[in-house]
Design a protein around this ligand. Structure first.
Ligand code: ARG
Length: 459
């Protein structure tokens, strides 16, 4: 089988080499981006009179026919043609004859593949933004049902201060909001067009890069042809944004796993989102959040993989760069699955409000509030802290929580204590009192919900 580049060769390519260097098994995913880029390129070639207009039209129609055939599953991609670019070019020539060979005028696979990747990354970035929004909507919905649900807040996974469950859920809303912002910020860099850079140095043909850029809805062209074909920072950026997003998803998953354990019993995941054990009949396992947590590893791996591929490469194109594809395809696939599962899993989980409330009623997480109480009576915070430390120790020894100590017991620690201390210590009051901006107080959380809904409306 003769190669499109076979002219200077005297031997057939070794079969193993052919298989080893081919990317068609995975880069066929870029078929439509490749055709879109080619149509823009050939339109520009025709408009600039670099090839006759009729030829440009014939090529464009041929490409459209090929797109339809691919859509209908009527084409076979061949390893002999190495990658998506040459498979399509070969199909084009088979479809419309030798005139198809004019498509590659003033272009190289190097600027072609970079363009395909830009188009692909732009498309999937927008898809990810939409999917993240669905998770945010589920978080807001669940938060709305839990604006009165008090739960323990933790630091070091030790009970710290009571908070509203809505507040906890909304913390993830804002993380996802920044993730979304990172993805949408990155689009302005993905919107640079590499096409027209040629193999590395530009082209001798009087091409109009601005026109190609306009046809493909890019915002600008790469000003340097070497840079255009050499970098994959826009892919790295996607992978980095994906990694940060997965960190957030993984932490939320971890919490869902802990919360649904017998030890916590704060939530129950819907049966339809859990799986059972082949040996232990009682088991209901949170496999989905476990896998979300686990799959975070491959997303990080794909980022590190591409960073490593690129780090020592001399300019300009090197075959190593073909390794930019499988990682991002895998990452997109992983995020797609994760986000599509996370939204309904959050929406359908049962929140065990009573258990959460019982937890904060049986701990010392209101201790900060007695310290604050003494501060309002004039004591410096540091001294108040020390006194409350002694009270907590006393409580632990007596096996009593802070609400169970008598006023006489309190007075032995400080004469400043009065009957009004008990109201301060009620979990509901403890939460309510945190009315600083961004705090867990009811009013603040309602404001946060409003802000969150505004963000969603702006989408
Ligand atoms: N399949 C190649 C890739 O994905 C396309 C570019 C090939 N360029 C070349 N000079 N061999 O990177």
């Amino acid at each position: 089988m003769s190669k499109l580049w076979g002219g200077r060769f005297t031997k057939e390519t070794n079969k193993l080499v052919e298989e080893y260097t081919a990317s068609i098994s995975y880069d066929q995913k870029l078929a439509f981006e490749d055709i879109e880029g080619s149509i823009a390129h050939v339109t520009m070639l025709g408009e600039c009179g670099i090839i006759p207009k009729e030829d440009a039209d014939t090529i464009q129609k041929g490409l459209q026919t090929i797109a339809e055939k691919i859509q209908a599953g009527q084409v076979e991609f061949l390893v002999e043609h190495e990658d998506i670019h040459m498979n399509i070019e070969k199909m084009l020539i088979d479809e419309i004859g030798p005139v198809g060979g004019k498509l590659h005028t003033g272009r190289s696979r190097n600027d072609q593949v970079a363009t395909d990747m830009h188009l692909y990354v732009r498309k999937v970035t927008n898809e990810m933004i939409e999917l993240i929004t669905k998770v945010q909507e589920a978080l807001v919905e669940q938060a709305k049902h839990n604006v009165d649900t008090i739960m323990p807040g933790y630091t070091h996974l030790q009970r710290a201060q009571p908070i509203l469950f809505a507040h906890h859920l909304l913390a993830y809303f804002w993380m996802l909001e920044r993730d979304k912002e990172r993805f949408s910020d990155s689009i302005k860099r993905t919107n640079w067009l590499p096409l027209g850079a040629g193999a590395l140095a530009g082209t001798t043909f009087p091409i109009d890069r601005e026109r190609t850029s306009e046809l493909l809805a890019f915002s600008t062209v790469y000003p340097n042809s070497l840079d255009a074909v050499s970098d994959r920072d826009f892919v790295l950026e996607f992978l980095a944004n994906a990694s940060i997003l997965m960190t957030h998803i993984s932490r939320l998953s971890e919490e869902m796993i802990i919360w649904s354990s017998q030890e916590f019993q704060f939530i129950e995941l819907d049966d339809s989102f859990c799986t059972g054990s082949s040996i232990m009949p009682q088991k209901k396992n949170p496999d989905v959040p476990e896998l979300l947590r686990g799959k975070t590893g491959r997303v990080y791996g794909n980022l590190i993989g591409l960073l490593t591929v690129l780090k020592g490469l001399p300019l300009a194109y090197n075959k190593d760069m073909q390794e930019d594809k499988e990682g991002i395809f895998d990452t997109v696939n992983t995020l797609d699955g994760a986000l599509k599962l996370l939204a309904p899993m959050i929406a359908t989980m049962t929140v065990k409000q009573e258990n959460m409330y019982n937890a904060v009623s049986n701990d010392y997480s209101n201790a900060t509030d007695i310290a604050d109480y003494l501060v309002t009576k004039g004591l410096p915070f540091r001294e108040a802290h020390a006194i409350i430390g002694q009270i907590v120790l006393y409580g632990i020894q007596q096996q009593k929580y802070l609400l169970q100590l008598s006023i006489d017991e309190y007075k032995t620690f400080s004469p400043l204590f009065e009957e009004d201390i008990y109201a301060v210590l009620e979990p509901k009051h403890v939460v309510e009192a945190r009315n600083s901006i961004g705090g867990t107080g009811h009013q603040q959380v309602l404001k946060q919900l409003e802000l969150a809904e505004e963000k969603l409306e702006k989408m």
